[in-house]
Design a protein around this ligand. Structure first.
Ligand code: DC
Length: 222
């Protein structure tokens, strides 16, 4: 089974995906890390994606799935650049390939793949049997990001503006914009604790797993 999780920055996708991966024994890919790895390489090469998108595409060819493991990709500077390189269609196509290969390469002992990002349920894995769209109010997401990046609260206004810019760019880009798939369940985590949000998501995954088993049984019987 494939679980697709989408949503904006700071909504709690990563926390929920990590929890579900452990609870249900799924292999997890945080696809934002691929965009961040590309962004880091673009920053290091001193390339401006608006002026030289073809250089970004060339760099994207060297990104591998292992790049998503780099722990050094969490800062807001890399995040802002990730959102900028993410508007380049050819760069997305290269990263899409890595994500699709991952989603189809899952073997025992895992039950399946779980991917989180912005376009998993709509573009990368439209066939996913279980789709969740995790969201939260912008001010709540900003507070969470401040805590996560351990930035001082003096940066609240700056961080709030950075997140608003990123939301806008991610949701209005022409290719694969951030939007819930029509068959996704929407969970707003603004007023939920981490435990509550994770339990709600887990209940939905349990339902998806039982529906999948039911339909597999029916297709064997027919
Ligand atoms: O999930 P994140 O904050 O680490 O993602 C960083 C940026 O990468 C995000 O602003 C947009 C881009 N991204 C994307 O366009 N598609 C994805 N599937 C994942 C991330």
């Amino acid at each position: 089974m494939i679980i697709a999780i989408d949503g904006p920055a700071g909504a709690g996708k990563g926390t929920i995906a990590g929890y579900l991966a452990l609870k249900f024994n799924f292999q997890y890919l945080d696809t934002g890390m691929l965009y961040r790895a590309l962004a880091k390489a673009v920053i290091q090469a001193n390339v401006d994606p608006a002026l030289a998108p073809e250089e970004v595409i060339q760099i994207a060819q060297s990104i591998t799935i292992e790049a998503a493991q780099d722990p050094d990709l969490r800062g807001e500077k890399v995040a802002a650049m990730a959102s900028q390189v993410a508007v380049i269609p050819e760069a997305r196509l290269l990263l899409n390939d890595l994500q699709r290969k991952f989603s189809h390469s899952i073997a025992a002992p895992y039950q399946g793949a779980i991917l989180d990002g912005r376009d998993i349920g709509t573009v990368i894995c439209p066939e996913a049997e279980c789709k969740l769209f995790i969201t939260a109010r912008p001010e709540v997401r900003t507070q969470r990001r401040l805590l996560e990046t351990q930035e001082s609260s003096d940066l609240l206004a700056t961080m709030s503006q950075q997140i608003a810019e990123r939301d806008k760019r991610d949701s209005t880009r022409q290719i694969a914009p951030l939007t819930p798939a029509v068959d996704a369940i929407i969970i707003d985590t603004s007023d939920l604790t981490i435990d509550e949000a994770c339990s709600k998501a887990a209940m939905y995954v349990t339902k998806c797993l039982s529906e999948l088993k039911k339909s597999q049984k029916q297709s064997i019987n027919h």
